[in-house]
Write a protein that binds this ligand. Structure first.
Ligand code: GLU
Length: 378
């Protein structure tokens, strides 16, 4: 195991759940168009160091298009969307294969998750994606995530994995998102062209000045520049997740970062949990509610989730993933939360024990109608 004398970077050190985004320019050799295997091996070793510190890691890996381009002989060509999608279809297999075989060498399992814009922006699908990611983590499997490039159309794709990674970080309530990139952080001016470029180490507020610093410094191989990183930082920090940009070109650059290596950090000023609570409260709609019995009210006061058994009645206008008010037997507003069922399903399972849900619905739904972590109590 790697030993580290001093851990200076508290945002990573204190984090429990970390999303790591690896750019195409790092994972794919620009001259050969193939995987940089020894670099990936060194990264996996750094990841093992974090896993041994009890951290949960999710990887957002780019590289499918870059790999597929070379496999299909399409390098040095500007590609139409359908050609990029064909390249992604081919390259994604090699990408997943590389991660799997390298993680296998250290006895760690990984699972592939390909998501489209609609999977994360449609609440119902996003809830399923979140449940799958959480289950993989619980089973000690590293999720390897990429955009489902083969099916997305121009208007409905992220197109860059910086923003995709930020949405994933928000979805799983990660503490830190690390963008391992071909640039070491944010500069006041483009460091390649301007001698007065100043490195910005810490950003506590994404002001218009900060946004204007983000020149689009596109590399030959990656699709995200600093502009997409700033957009990602806005999403992540609003969700209570710090975002770090660091150079990943050298081997063991993740470990170097953990040791306090050069990076820019966009600080979130609230925790993921508080950000989620704020979001839940902002989405309240008092026409959507469930009314619960005294037993369920007592359970909520003890910090428990709301089970279907405790629901007496409900409004008839909500869908799974929406925010509903929780009312007591005598119509007092107790709180609100993300409901795990549609209102017509609640009709069928209210008052029923968790063991009776399958029979009532015809499938095994979740035990909790509103999970404790998805709830704000007054
Ligand atoms: N999803 C694209 C790929 O795997 C990468 C997008 C990006 O580079 O940010 O090739």
């Amino acid at each position: 195991m790697v030993s580290v004398k001093s851990i200076k970077l508290n945002s990573v050190n204190n984090a429990k759940r970390i999303v790591l985004k690896v750019g195409s320019a790092l994972i794919v050799d620009p001259t050969t168009g193939s995987i940089k295997e020894s670099w990936v091996k060194s990264l996996v070793k750094d990841i093992l160091f974090l896993l041994n510190k009890n951290k949960e890691i999710l990887i957002v890996s780019s590289g499918a298009i870059a790999l597929g381009k070379s496999e299909l002989g399409l390098q040095n060509k500007s590609l139409k969307l359908s050609e990029k999608q064909a390249a992604a279809a081919t390259g994604q297999i090699s990408l997943a294969k590389a991660w799997k075989s390298i993680f296998e060498e250290i006895d760690i399992k990984c699972g592939q998750i390909l998501v489209g814009h609609s999977d994360l922006e449609t609440r119902r699908n996003a809830m399923n994606t979140r449940a799958t990611l959480n289950t993989l983590l619980k089973l000690n499997v590293i999720p390897i995530i990429n955009e489902n490039d083969t099916v997305a159309t121009l208007e409905i794709r992220y197109g860059d994995n910086d923003q995709l990674a930020a949405r994933i970080a928000q979805l799983v309530e990660a503490d830190v998102l690390i963008l391992l990139s071909d640039i070491d952080g944010l500069y006041s001016h483009d460091p390649k062209n301007s001698p007065k470029a100043k490195f910005i180490e810490e950003i506590t507020h994404i002001s218009s000045d900060i946004e204007s610093m983000a020149k689009n410094t596109k590399s030959n191989i990656a699709s995200g520049g600093m502009i997409t990183k700033i957009k990602a930082a806005k999403i992540a920090t609003a969700a209570g997740c710090h975002l770090i940009i660091a150079h990943g070109k050298n081997k063991n650059s993740l470990l170097e970062l953990i040791n306090g290596g050069k990076h820019s950090i966009f600080k979130a000023n609230l925790s993921p949990l508080n950000a989620k609570k704020k979001w839940i409260l902002s989405k309240r709609d008092k026409l959507k509610f469930v009314k619960i019995d005294n037993g369920a009210e007592n359970a909520l006061n003890l910090g428990k989730s709301l089970l279907a058994a405790g629901i007496k009645s409900n409004s008839n206008s909500f869908h799974r993933g929406e925010i509903v008010d929780i009312l007591s037997n005598n119509d007092t507003l107790l709180g609100c939360g993300i409901i795990a069922y549609d209102s017509d399903e609640i009709e069928m399972i209210k008052g029923k024990k968790s063991t009776e849900i399958k029979k009532a619905l015809g499938y095994k739904g979740r035990d909790e109608a509103i999970h404790r972590n998805d709830m704000v109590i007054n």
